[in-house]
Ligand binder design. Structure first.
Ligand SMILES: [Zn+2]
Length: 213
């Protein structure tokens, strides 16, 4: 994909994020890796009025170029691309149910086998830190260790995948799981799957892909 097409795809993903109700307003942000760094949505601009030239180019050293300022959360995007060679795109949303759990400092345990879609036996919640800080980024990277998604306490969630399409799909899946977990919590304590059961699911996902679900 050339850079112009990638810029357009980032905007389309950001708009989808709001249309699919995993984000609202100008919160949240989307980025995609390039050869020299990454492209990210700018700060403070509604997605609907964004044009490809508004998307900001940022190097892995953290130098931004373009007429707009990058999202205030550019730092964790940068750190994820530096630390995670598997990361091709990142979706960060303040989705309602994931954020609700995150406001209680709760991650998502193995209450449903699909939790494995994020790469492990749970989806962790990173500790709270002020938005845009190195502390937030450091906590997110720990929570994302061997995972493709995490929650951020009192904030939202991050989904990391090889492509924009996959990152958006994962963010939608994590939000659905957060809603199901939240609903289950309303009427009792959900039965959690054992490590052995989750190992079977993780193995199936690895060997057969997600068609197996
Ligand atoms: Zn945020």
């Amino acid at each position: 994909m050339n850079e112009l097409a990638l810029r357009a795809a980032i905007i389309a993903t950001a708009i989808q994020m709001n249309e699919r109700r995993i984000n609202s307003g100008k919160s949240g942000n989307v980025s995609a890796r390039t050869e020299t760094g990454f492209l990210i949505t700018p700060t403070g601009l509604p997605y609907e009025s964004m044009r490809p030239e508004d998307i900001v180019r940022v190097t892995l050293g953290g130098v931004a170029t373009g007429p707009r300022l990058p999202s205030s959360e550019w730092r964790f995007h940068r750190d994820i691309y530096v630390e995670r060679p598997d990361a091709g795109a990142i979706v960060h949303a303040h989705s309602p149910f994931a954020t609700t759990l995150a406001c209680l400092g709760r991650g998502i345990p193995a209450f449903h086998y699909m939790v494995a879609v994020a790469g492990g036996k749970d989806i962790r919640c990173a500790p709270y830190a002020t938005f845009g800080t190195q502390e937030l980024s450091d906590g997110a990277l720990v929570a994302l260790s061997r995972r493709h998604a995490c929650l951020l306490a009192n904030h939202g969630m991050i989904a990391v995948e090889a492509s924009l399409e996959a990152a958006l799909a994962l963010a939608i899946e994590v939000e659905a799981l957060a809603e199901q977990y939240w609903r289950a919590l309303q009427i009792g304590a959900p039965n959690l799957l054992s490590d052995a059961e989750m190992d079977i699911v993780l193995d199936k996902f690895r060997n057969y892909g997600q068609q197996a679900r």
